[in-house]
Design a protein. Structure first.
Length: 135
């Protein structure tokens, strides 16, 4: 009976591994498109914030998956932006200086943490307008 339980347990683990591998393999088909859409969304948002607000955007002409906005008071701006957006446990807003982002006073909008379905002009305009409220 113990041996049968061990065999069932091994079979279940093998099935789970196969299912996970299949899921990962299927997601790889979308990875390139998701990355391009994220980068394009960041470029759009960088230009919009830079051109339509008084904020300066770091690395405006570089490809990336975050938008980093220079501010003298990152604590206040990050707090206000967190109130604007309905966020789950994944952080979209990072206060800088941060050892793995930027060592200057800024707020990083982690666009990479948004669902790919949110990367449309309407939602990106909403983000830019929310940032513009606090210039």
């Amino acid at each position: 009976a113990v041996q049968a339980e061990e065999n069932d347990s091994r079979i279940n683990r093998a099935r789970k591994r196969a299912l996970a591998a299949c899921g990962i393999y299927n997601e790889l088909d979308f990875a390139s498109g998701n990355l391009e859409k994220t980068i394009d969304s960041c470029l759009y948002l960088k230009e919009k914030i830079e051109n339509e607000t008084d904020f300066e955007v770091f690395h405006i002409d570089k490809r990336g998956i975050n938008v980093i906005i220079k501010t003298d008071d990152p604590k206040s701006l990050s707090y206000k932006l967190r109130q604007e957006f309905v966020l789950d446990s994944h952080g979209m807003i990072t206060k800088c200086p941060n050892y793995n982002r930027l060592k200057e006073k800024a707020v990083a909008l982690e666009i990479k943490n948004l669902d790919i379905s949110c990367l449309n002009h309407e939602d990106l305009d909403f983000i830019a307008n929310a940032v513009g409220k606090y210039e």
